[in-house]
Design a protein around this ligand. Structure first.
Ligand code: CA
Length: 236
């Protein structure tokens, strides 16, 4: 079955061109011209496999749409690719801060967009295929069902945050470099995801864990690790 993509784009010509190109790449594309239309579409009966979300929309901005999708259990794990005309690094990080999985900078080629979407879908597949339950400290992650718990309370993590947590848990006590995390968690080529992207996702994931976030330690100049014990000091 062709992957279903929701293309949220308010410029009709661009939406048509991109939708046409993506269809040629094998996607089943639905266009939403506003943020509200996007939220309506994703709350419908047919699930989407990915969303391409324009940052600048006339009604609800892309960041707000993303935030709302992330706070709804039906769309919490839906891969979201943010399309932004603004190139500034800060905006990119902000995009990740609110939970987008990846981004493209406008103007982008359909080919580039297609590769990014395929990478996101592969990532979801990898998660589905990786082994069942990770348990470490107060955390439990059921990778195939995209569910994480902290002290038996569900943790509202995005797909990428959950994958990060599971990856660190499965390598408990061992420092993982940002590059190892990029390779293991993002597992894609051709994307310009950077170390800072890793940092932004780890920070966000850790913030959601409250005090238990201390289990995920920053190892200065190297990367991150999941602690062996809760009171273990971080490596300086
Ligand atoms: Ca726009």
């Amino acid at each position: 079955m062709a992957p279903r993509v929701l293309l949220v784009e308010d410029e009709p010509d661009l939406a048509r061109t991109v939708a046409y190109g993506l269809k040629r790449e094998g996607f089943d594309v639905t266009i939403a011209a506003t943020g509200r239309a996007a939220l309506e579409a994703t709350s419908g009966p047919l699930p989407f496999d990915a969303v391409v979300l324009d940052l600048m929309l006339p009604d609800l901005g892309g960041l707000e749409v993303c935030r709302r999708m992330r706070s709804d259990s039906r769309t919490r794990n839906l891969p979201i690719l943010m399309a932004t005309a603004r190139g500034e690094e800060i905006d990119r990080v902000v995009g990740f801060e609110i939970g987008a999985d990846d981004y493209v900078v406008k103007p982008y080629s359909v080919r580039e967009l297609s590769l990014r979407i395929k990478a996101l879908l592969r990532r979801v597949e990898n998660i589905k295929e990786s082994d069942g339950m990770q348990v470490a400290g107060p955390f439990r992650v059921d990778v195939p069902s995209h569910t994480a718990w902290l002290d038996d309370v569900p943790l509202p993590l995005t797909t990428i945050e959950m994958r990060l947590l599971a990856f660190l848990m499965s390598r408990r006590g061992r420092v993982q470099s940002r590059q190892q995390l990029l390779d293991g968690v993002w597992a894609q080529g051709g994307s310009d995801i950077t170390d800072r992207t890793v940092d932004a996702h780890v920070k966000r994931m850790r913030d959601k864990c409250g005090a238990a976030g201390a289990w995920i330690q920053t190892v200065r100049g190297v990367g991150y690790r999941f602690a062996e014990a809760p009171d273990e000091d971080a490596i300086p």
